[in-house]
Design a protein around this ligand. Sequence first.
Ligand SMILES: Cc1cc2nc3c(=O)[nH]c(=O)nc-3n(C[C@H](O)[C@H](O)[C@H](O)COP(=O)(O)OP(=O)(O)OC[C@H]3O[C@@H](n4cnc5c(N)ncnc54)[C@H](O)[C@@H]3O)c2cc1C
Length: 327
Amino acid sequence: MEFMPEFRVLRPASVEDAVAARRDDPDACLLAGGTDLVPNIRRGIVAPRTIVDVSEVAEMRDIRERDGEVRIGASVTLAELIEHPIIRQRFSVLVQAASEVAASSHRQVATVGGNLCLDTRCVYYNQSEWWRRSNDYCFKHQGEICHVAPKTVACFAAYSGDLAPAFIVLDGAVEVAGPDGNRVMPLPEMYRDDGRDHLRLGPGEMVVAVRVPAADSWHCGYVKARVRSAIDFPLAGVAAAVKLQAGSLAGLRVALTGTNAMPLLLQGTEDLVGAPLDDDAIDRLVALIPKQIQPMTSTVTPPGYRRRVVANMTRTLLRRLSAEARR
Ligand SMILES: Cc1cc2nc3c(=O)[nH]c(=O)nc-3n(C[C@H](O)[C@H](O)[C@H](O)COP(=O)(O)OP(=O)(O)OC[C@H]3O[C@@H](n4cnc5c(N)ncnc54)[C@H](O)[C@@H]3O)c2cc1C
């Protein structure tokens, strides 16, 4: 790890001031809880001259319900999210996913916005400066090769946040503010499958909040595989939401993390609507996964293992949700 470099810290009190601060210095970095950004600074991967700390922006700090939606500020910490009565009552999938992030000390400061905007990860990238230098760096930072797939020109660093798949199956959308104004976009649209540049946020744009429709009759859950169960990023994670009517599927959403450079909303699940949620339907659902995921050797476990784990976790989760929905 490197020493912390010199930088100045700005603490705007409003979204407008935060956007203005970044307009004045396009290289300025946003800081929320810092649990991802600070290790990257200490590894010499990021070297901002200005840090814009958004932890004191009031409109990014609360959780409220309005017009059939629950709005969760980007600076809400994971500990606050887990403890909030609305979230505990209606969105247990968010409680499940947030409780799986890092350790309880991280969750006291780590935020929803920071988790959704987490940098992609790779064993060749999340290393010290001297380690990366001795390997001639890589595509993601300063280098001209992808060590994971040397014959390609793509970067396969994986998105490894736990919250995004949970928000995606809840049909979440993000409020974004930037120099050209504010917009709301469905969460899956904020990501692209490019490990170097996985966020579709324009220059100076930031996430202000996430909105989820106030829950109705969906049954949702999240499961995760990791090397160390006490504290670790997902090797793979699966969130699912099912809606049953008269024993048949009226809705089905499945989202994955850890397998691609972005969290992935599984395509093709609408073909199962109308079928009973039985083992045959679950087999058909699991058969959709292999062509859509692309786990690479970006972690310490082999891609083949992660492929099998995703399939098995999806099967187990769907059986659990099917049983819950029938109760
Ligand atoms: C030991 C360890 C274990 C971890 N395990 C996990 C894990 O199991 N699962 C997991 O998901 N994460 C894990 N993390 C990563 C991290 O702790 C969490 O993802 C956390 O939620 C990040 O939030 P933060 O507020 O600390 O983000 P920060 O570090 O402050 O920011 C992360 C990134 O998001 C950007 N950003 C922050 N806020 C915004 C915003 N409002 N709009 C746009 N961009 C923004 C920052 O500029 C930065 O690039 C782990 C980290 C460590 C150190």
